[in-house]
Design a binder for this molecule. Structure first.
Ligand SMILES: NC(=O)c1ccc[n+]([C@@H]2O[C@H](COP(=O)([O-])OP(=O)(O)OC[C@H]3O[C@@H](n4cnc5c(N)ncnc54)[C@H](O)[C@@H]3O)[C@@H](O)[C@H]2O)c1
Length: 341
């Protein structure tokens, strides 16, 4: 049999289903250890051969674990990922890479020092529709980018926020609708459109002002370094998790990513370019997209080949910088300039 990477998981909450499902389908990996401070959360794994830990340092000391999936609350991400890299492990870290920019910068430095691979989950980059749009842009056929807009309208209720004490608090979640639900789409804005240079935005806590500290409504305008302009509207006050819409207007064509489809606008009317086939292949929610398994498989491949991964700490930083830039601009009322470390 080909070499199998020994896998550990830290954090067995809701997103772990998508990771466990992907690991089970990928022959190049073998789950050997799990860790959660809540022992009951680990019941999701029935296999008695998988070792169980309640302290993540013990999992990191386990020589069978070569790569760790870190699926914990936001404020723990950078610290756990740095500890894992320093223990000589490869890392798959759920988004956001950190809850604060200083921690994100420390993680970039740790990843630069490490001999192992660090990857951040932005699975929407692996959606077939996203990949097709990226291919079209990189081919030069679209011409210069003129503008983009992102509309994210999901539903996060009081019950959702009650489901974890870390949710809804600046100290532990690092924000709300932007850093948690919208960060995937914010990542695509620069992944597809190029570096963003400045942003001006406004956040508010409207529907759930009696339940959470963080924002549930956001609007922002931003400028790319190229001079193109974009707008963002994000809300978790909607009645359901509506499909996200991302539009990119180029000199030669206008494209829309909508749910699992890519459209080209012809005289303002959406014309189907690509519809994803196959649907959800691992456990999880449909609106998370189908990319978890594809991204995790690509990371394992990079690890087996001894390579760094495309979505490393530096590549994940601009989305967090944009999130935090909107928070800062909302406080000051002024434009906020973004800076890549
Ligand atoms: N990529 C996506 O589409 C997607 C979707 C959902 C969640 N997420 C991300 O996944 C992460 C986890 O989210 P979730 O919804 O699964 O949260 P959750 O609250 O359901 O699960 C977190 C788990 O971490 C455990 N935990 C907390 N502190 C720990 C510690 N010190 N050591 C070990 N375990 C600890 C908790 O007991 C819990 O079981 C977040 O970063 C979230 O943003 C990503």
């Amino acid at each position: 049999m080909e070499k199998q990477i020994g896998i550990g998981i830290i954090g067995l909450g809701s997103v772990s289903r998508a990771h466990i499902g992907a690991i089970a389908l990928l022959p190049q990996a073998r789950l050997c250890a799990i860790c959660d401070i809540d022992p009951a959360a680990m019941d999701v794994i029935k296999d008695a051969a998988v070792k169980r830990y309640t302290d993540y340092h013990s999992l990191l000391a386990d020589p069978d674990v070569e790569l760790v999936h870190i699926l914990t609350p936001h404020y723990l991400h950078a610290r756990m990922a740095i500890d894992a890299l320093e223990a000589g492990k490869h890392v798959i870290l759920e988004k956001p890479m950190a809850s604060e920019l200083n921690d994100a910068k420390r993680l970039i430095e740790a990843a630069d020092r490490a001999k192992t691979t660090l990857s951040v989950i932005f699975q929407n980059r692996y959606n077939p529709s996203t990949r097709e749009l990226k291919r079209l842009i990189d081919s030069g056929a679209c011409g210069k980018l003129l503008g983009s807009r992102a509309v994210i309208t999901w539903c996060r209720s009081k019950e959702y926020y009650k489901s974890g004490s870390w949710r809804g608090r600046w100290e532990t979640e690092g924000g709300g609708a932007l850093i948690n639900q919208s960060i995937h789409t914010l990542d695509l804005l620069s992944y597809l459109g190029g570096p963003i240079s400045r942003v001006k935005g406004h956040i508010s806590t409207d529907l759930l002002s009696d339940a959470i500290e963080v924002e549930d409504n956001v609007h922002a305008v931003f400028e790319y370094a190229s001079g193109a302009r974009g707008v963002i509207f994000a809300s978790t006050n909607y009645v359901n998790d509506a499909p996200i819409m991302l539009e990119m207007v180029f000199e030669n064509a206008t494209y829309q990513l909508w749910a699992d489809k890519l459209f080209r606008l012809i005289d303002g009317i959406p014309d189907l370019v690509l519809r994803e086939e196959g649907g959800q292949t691992v456990d999880g929610k449909a609106y998370w997209g189908t990319g978890h398994k594809a991204e995790i498989a690509a990371v394992y491949q990079a690890v087996l080949e001894g390579k760094q991964f495309e979505i490393d700490a530096r590549s994940a930083y601009p989305a967090l910088d944009l999130v935090k830039g909107i928070y800062e601009s909302s406080l000051t009322g002024a434009w906020h300039r973004l800076a890549t470390p």
